[in-house]
Structures are given as structure tokens and as C-alpha cells.
Write a protein that binds this ligand. Structure first.
Ligand SMILES: [Zn+2]
Length: 272
């Protein structure tokens, strides 16, 4: 039984400020160590719960944050970008379940460091009429590969957001959000213990989970954070302009949708 663990940084205990998520400063170096610790806790729990193989996907920013030499050595580690399935790379390798570790709430939700895919470019993303965050988007990609989301860790807003999306999945809140740049956090040791326990239970029970795929073809509305960004997105002929800030496209699969969104995200760097 292979488990894929996708690890982001914004939902790690002790991470509350954007400075901690950007390379090039000592605070980031601390944050990536905390991230590596929570990833190792999830690996430990997965094996304790019956996994026979664990694949870890480094899913933040440049996808090169986890410190390989400090990670539980039983896991294989995916790093580097660009890559087609981005935060869900590896899900095509016959995974029994996916764990989302250190993830965060969607844009405009009251969560610490909440955003959707790219906080600079996207004000919000709406799928088939429903506001959707990264968990909803990538959880739908995983469902297309028959892999249910079995564990969600991050702040309490993230756990609340994911509960209705992934019924039966284990939610572990390692911090209580106090705002976009503030939270009350468990210690790294307590967070690791909670994640290991949750991961063990999630691995043991993942066979009982049912997939909840997003209905396709799906309609995705992307609200840009500025008109110039919407102008840029509208240059792609597969997108329709809805209003000054909003573009829309129809996608045959959620895997296709995430590729379009990540292409828009990459394009947006030309306007930074
Ligand atoms: Zn991130």
C-alpha cells in the first residue's frame, strides 16, 4: 500500500508570516526544518498504519523546501519544478491514499496565510459555482487517479474547510488561526505527535474512504487580483473574459484544470 504525502509550508505549526515561506532569510530556514519534521511525522504514522511505501511530494513555492537528509529515510522524495501534476505529482503511481500535510485554507477564508494557488495572481477560484481552494482542486485531481484524501493537517480553518470535501478523512489542526498573519500553534513536538497519530489512523482506515470526484466537464472562474492580470490571462484563447477581473474556462478533467491554473500562475510572474 503506497501513500502519497503532499507537504506545503503555510499550514505547519510555527509558520505564521509570509517571510517564513520565502527562501533567502533565516526565518525560512527555520520554517523548512519545521516542515521537514511534520513530513517525517506523517511518514512515521503512515508506516505504523500499514503503508508499505511512502512517496513525499514537496509542494511549496519552488518545490525545493524539504531537507532531504533530515527526512525519514524510508520515504522517496519528489522535488523540483515545473512538473505537470504540481502539488499532486506522484498520485499517478497507484497510490492508495493521499495525505495533505501543512496545507492552508482557500483565498478569502479566515485562515492563516490563506490563498489559492498564487496569492499574487488569484483573488479566488470558483469551480462549478463553488469557491474552491487548493485542497478542493488537488483533491479532485487525486480522485481522478482513484486516490482518496485520507489526512488533512494545517490550521483549524483548513481542517474545517476540508471536512465536508473528504468525508471520513482525519483532520489534525496544529494551530488555531488568529488572522492572516497570526496563529496560536502547538509546539513542533506536539504537532509531530498529533500528525503521526492521525497519519497512522488515516493509513489504517483509508480503504474505507469513498472518492468524491468533481463533476466534469467543470467550469472554472478565476478572479484575478488586478485588471492587468485578467488582461494577461485573457490572451490565452481557451479563456473567456467574464468581466474586468474575471476569466472563465471549461475543463474536461480536473487534471486539465490544474494545468491551466498553474500555467496562468506562471504567466503572472511577467507582471510582478
Ligand atoms: Zn505553499
Amino acid at each position: 500500500m503506497k501513500i502519497l504525502i503532499s507537504v506545503d509550508i503555510e499550514g505547519i505549526a510555527g509558520v505564521v508570516d509570509p517571510e517564513q515561506t520565502r527562501p533567502g532569510n533565516p526565518e525560512y530556514e527555520r520554517a523548512r526544518r519545521l516542515m521537514t519534521g511534520e513530513a517525517s511525522a506523517a511518514i512515521r504514522g503512515a508506516f505504523d498504519g500499514g503503508a508499505t511505501a511512502v512517496l513525499v511530494n514537496d509542494s511549496h513555492g519552488n518545490f525545493r523546501n524539504l531537507i532531504a537528509e533530515d527526512l525519514d529515510p524510508r520515504a522517496e522524495l519528489i522535488q523540483g519544478k515545473p512538473r505537470e501534476l504540481a502539488m499532486m505529482a506522484g498520485v499517478d503511481q497507484d497510490c492508495a491514499a493521499v495525505f495533505l500535510v501543512g496545507w492552508h485554507a482557500r483565498a478569502r477564508a479566515p485562515g492563516t496565510l490563506a490563498h489559492t494557488v498564487n496569492g499574487f495572481a488569484f483573488g479566488r477560484i470558483v469551480v462549478n459555482g463553488a469557491e474552491t481552494g487548493e485542497a478542493g482542486l488537488y483533491g479532485a485531481v487525486a480522485a481522478e487517479y482513484n486516490a482518496p484524501v485520507a489526512l488533512c493537517t494545517g490550521d483549524d480553518a483548513f481542517v474545517a474547510e476540508t471536512a465536508p470535501l473528504f468525508p471520513g478523512a482525519i483532520g489534525v489542526a496544529v494551530k488555531r488561526t488568529l488572522g492572516q498573519r497570526a496563529a496560536s500553534c502547538l509546539s513542533p513536538q506536539a504537532a509531530a505527535a498529533a500528525i503521526a497519530a492521525g497519519a497512522k489512523e488515516a493509513a489504517a482506515r483509508c480503504g474505507e474512504l469513498r472518492l468524491r470526484p468533481v463533476q466534469v466537464p467543470a467550469t472554472l472562474r478565476v478572479e484575478a487580483t488586478g485588471v492587468a492580470l485578467a488582461d494577461l490571462f485573457a490572451t490565452l484563447p481557451i479563456l473567456r473574459r467574464v468581466d474586468a477581473l474575471t476569466v472563465e474556462f471549461t475543463s474536461p478533467t480536473m487534471r486539465h484544470a490544474i494545468r491551466v491554473l498553474n500555467s496562468l500562475s506562471a504567466m503572472s510572474s511577467t507582471l510582478r
